[in-house]
Structure formats: C-alpha cells, structure tokens
Design a protein around this ligand. Sequence first.
Ligand code: ADP
Ligand code: ASP
Ligand code: MG
Length: 401
Amino acid sequence: MARVVQKYGGTSLQTTERIRLIADRVIRDQEQSSELVIVVSAMGESTNQLVKLSGEVSSCTSGRETDLLLSAGEQISSALLALAIQERGREAVALTGVQAGIETEDIHGDARITAVHTAKIEKELDAGKIVVVAGFQGCAGNQEICTLGRGGSDTTAAALAAELRADRCEIFTDVDGVYSADPRYISGAKKHTSLDYNHLLTLADLGAEVVHPRAVVHAKEHQIPLVVRSSFHDQEGTNIQHYDRAASPVVGVTFQNGFSRIQVSGEIEEKEILEGLTDAGGLLGKVQLSQRHASIMIKDEYVQEISLLLNKRRNAFGIHSIHHTEGMAAVHVVFGSRDEKRRLAPLLNEKQLVSSGDVYALECHPLVWSAVVPEEHAVGAAQELHDWFMEMESKKASIAL
Ligand code: ADP
Ligand code: ASP
Ligand code: MG
C-alpha cells in the first residue's frame, strides 16, 4: 500500500467550495489504496490578512504572539478539510503541527524543523484515517509554537514525508509543475516533466517560490520523490528526484527583487572585505570590476549593518569611497551542469543586458550566472534571457562555440 503525503497551498483552499473539492479528491486518492497524510496551508490570502491585523494593533512583526496568530490560519484549514472529509463518510483527523509531532528550533517566524515524532500520525493511519496536518508550524522544546517562514507548509510536508518514509510527497498548487521561469511573469515558460533535486533547490533558493527550498532539502536528504502538480486538474506535474543528467542545458531563469548595490573604491583588499561581509550575512555575490573598484550585492535588510561595517573598517579594507544604490534586482540563469555553464556563460556575457547591470559570481551556486539590474528591469531582463535560451534550445546544434 502506497503511503503518500500531499500538500495543498493557499490558492487550492481559497473558499469552502474549493475545500469540498479537495475533500473529494483526497477521498478518491485514498480509494486508490493509499495511506494519506495531507498538509494544508492557510486559506487564500488569510496569512497576509492575519499579518495585517497584527499590524493594526502592534508594531512588533515577529515573536511568540505573532506565531500563535499566524499558526491559526493553517489550523482553520486543517479542521475544515477534516470536517469536509468526515461529511463524505470517511474518517479523518485534523492535527496542529504540535499534535503532529513537529519539533522546531526556538526561533519565532523562521524556525527550522529539528525532529518529527510520528507516533500519533502512525496510530491514526493504522486506524484507517486520513490525517490532515496544519502546515507551517511546530513546537520548540519549551512548548512554544514557532512558524517556519513564509511558504513553510511545503517544508512541513517534505519533513513528514521523510520521517514517515512516504513513497512520495505531492505539492498541489496553482501551477501544474515547475517551469523554466515563473509563468505568471514570463511568457513562453516551459514545464519540466522531470527535474533533479539540486536544480529545483537552486531555482527555489534564487526566488522561484513554487516550492520552499527547505522542503527540497528534506526530500533530497531522504530521497523522497517530490511531485509538483495542479490542484485544479489531473494533468501530470513535475517529478523531482535524483537524475544524473539535466534534460536541457539551461534549467531556468529566476529573478529576485530587494537588493542594494554597494560600490567601493580604493586600494581594495577584496578577500578581507568578502570575509567580513560573509560573516555579517545577506551577501548575494560580488564582482570585482578592477583592482580599484568592487561592487557588492546585499539584501536590502542588511544594508545599514554592512555600510556601518565597511565604514568602521575602511582602513583595514583599503576603502576610499563607498556608494550605495537601492532598488536593485538579481536575474539568474540556472544551468544544467558546470559544463553547460562553461560553454554558454560567455555568450550571455555578450548580451546587451550586461551593460545595464553587473554580472555576479555566486560562490554558493556553481551552476548559476547572475546579473544585477534596476528593479524595474528585472522582469524584462528575465524575459530576454529566457527568450534567448529557448531560441538556443530550438537550434541547439547550430550554436557556434
Ligand atoms: P501555494 O499557495 O500553493 O503554496 P505559491 O504561490 O507559494 O503557491 O507557489 C506557486 C507560484 O509559484 C505560482 O503561482 C508561480 O507564479 C510561482 N512560481 C515562481 N517560479 C515558478 C516556476 N519556476 N515554476 C512554477 N511556478 C513558479
Ligand atoms: N500560510 C503561510 C504563508 O502564506 C505558509 C504557506 O502557505 O506555506 O506563507
Ligand atoms: Mg507556497
């Protein structure tokens, strides 16, 4: 008997009508002789609404009370879905993250899962029930509820699938798979039928929100096949497993807003600067333009801290002047292999796009080519790069190297 963990995102559970449809689907899937654990997100935009509500009474954006509030969104979904399943004559039980045995770090707003105690879920599955777990939450050792960061229900699902040794973990969402770029913004994006864990992890790390990167890590570490598919129809989705070879030279294009560029000049001690900044966090990557100039990309929220650090250590770093520009975005091309990157990155460097931005090396992502552009050009640049590699795909053989 197959054991499957399914996760339904907010758009799949937007209304009670959608919840009833998901209940039908879950029952149908259980009839195909599966043991089912369902992980649910909060309904529609309800997490955003809860964030807004808390903002109306407090300026505190994270902490134990905020986590208590936000975790309620997923608890409502789990209770409603379990009720809808029971209404159809099937046994179901709704569990909060704590009841499902999800143990987390003691960090409010962005905790990692540290352990999953599955005894209760196993007992309910043995009793023939469909188990419906509230995603995005767990409990630290001190009994405090902690949430897992935005998009964290994916992580709940993958961590449960790993610990329950499920045959697969299915992520149901509002797109029918993982595409070569976000289909909401990039026209001509192509669906992957299969994808390696590392490729999805890189896409997710660099802004493709379709699956949370920590979910991919759990699935990869335990070799649990992941499937991303639509909750609106039955079409085949994207199968994510370990594959030896990428199906295409370029896996995808992503973009991320919310960066600032810090340009420094002087007799620069590049290595010292990078070591200092890496310790401080928030570093996307750097480009050494010349011996006398360096350009560094920093997430917006770290700009103040990094500027202070650079100023304080001006002399040690050999810096004469510092200039920072806000409102930047990074556009990334993820290659299928290092060989493809070596082969094709020089062609990308020749593109016009580079004149409006800098090309960055991301040390933590060896398969990625990145450029930094003003935020208002991010989608256009991503579209241009995507068109370029689609065209290249269609005439693969004729690329002059
Ligand atoms: P859910 O509420 O189901 O968790 P999300 O909004 O978190 O859904 O993720 C689904 C969205 O991810 C899609 O609507 C799509 O716009 C976006 N997305 C970004 N990059 C990609 C990609 N490469 N492939 C598919 N979807 C992507
Ligand atoms: N409801 C949470 C969010 O909106 C978690 C999730 O959907 O996975 O981020
Ligand atoms: Mg999501």
